[in-house]
Ligand binder design. Sequence first.
Ligand code: ADP
Ligand code: TRP
Length: 332
Amino acid sequence: MTSAPAAPAATRRYLSGIQPSGKLHLGNYFGMMKPALERQDEAECFYFIADLHAMNSVRDGEALRANSHEVALDFLAAGLDPERTVFFRQSDIPEIPELYWILGTVTPLGLLERCHAYKDKTARGHAPDLGLFAYPVLQAADILLYDSDVVPVGQDQRQHIEVTRDIATKVNQTYGEVFKLPEPEIGEEVATVPGIDGQKMSKSYGNTLDLFAPPKKLRKAVMKIVTDSAAVEDPKDPAGSTIVQLYRLVARPDDVARMEEEFRAGGVGYGDFKKRLFEEVEGFLGPMRERRQEIAARGGYVEEVLEAGAARARAAGGEVMERVRRAVGLGR
Ligand code: ADP
Ligand code: TRP
């Protein structure tokens, strides 16, 4: 399936992007950030802030610039190590729009018409803009520019990696072997994190526990978790409980076991369980919040990190871009 033989694990290049379209929450952390950050120990990681993609939904320049900065700060606070990981902002890489154009010239419309993201968003009232339609081509440019081996993403992004492979194959068939074909890595082991209303936690549902919310706000959100109407003395079912599911993410296994037992035994009310959950969530997020404040206080640090990251990304991407331009006949 792949064009190039798989590189050894240590040198495999992981690439992923996140859109700066709002505040990060516990679902983002456990579903995406934590697995991505753990990869830093074993692979070469390229992670970036997908601000060009976010332009499809954020239509306020100041807000977009601020969000990009905030999300970068969030990742650094959560443990992204900018020495080991190449961390950058998508719009700092001028090769991306260039490659996007080149890929667009061989991309069949039918391929993009089949994409769920476009169909879903337009069905929900998003204007059918070219940017939204061509979004997977921009994502293909993100991935192919750095000869990425693996793209760790959520289930919802699988189709975009398939589109990337199709476009790369088309280029290779047309111009000779130019691109390496990337593989998706879908984190099956990460269950969907529930929000305070029991649905999937998502910023579009307004049911999130935000990673960097002040403790008071966090506590309020935890106390609002929806439960059934069991009385204090009643035995309760831990299996379907949002409280227990969230507690599992942040508490020690023996504390989880104890809570589950107390659910079944009855005699403890949901309010008490929620307080206990809040303590653990706060214990987990508190140090991250402090670290974020420390980093934020270092003046231009975040921008320096992103600038240095962009230089490294461009060095890697420049080699691939030269190969592309030579193959398709651009430049001298
Ligand atoms: P949102 O649904 O809040 O808009 P995004 O779609 O921007 O979140 O998701 C960014 C990343 O976080 C994706 O990789 C996605 O798979 C992951 N993610 C988002 N919500 C959850 C959740 N509730 N549980 C697990 N992973 C999630
Ligand atoms: N489309 C991705 C999302 O919405 C973000 C993204 C942009 C991305 N470019 C990428 C993810 C390249 C992986 C690889 O979550």
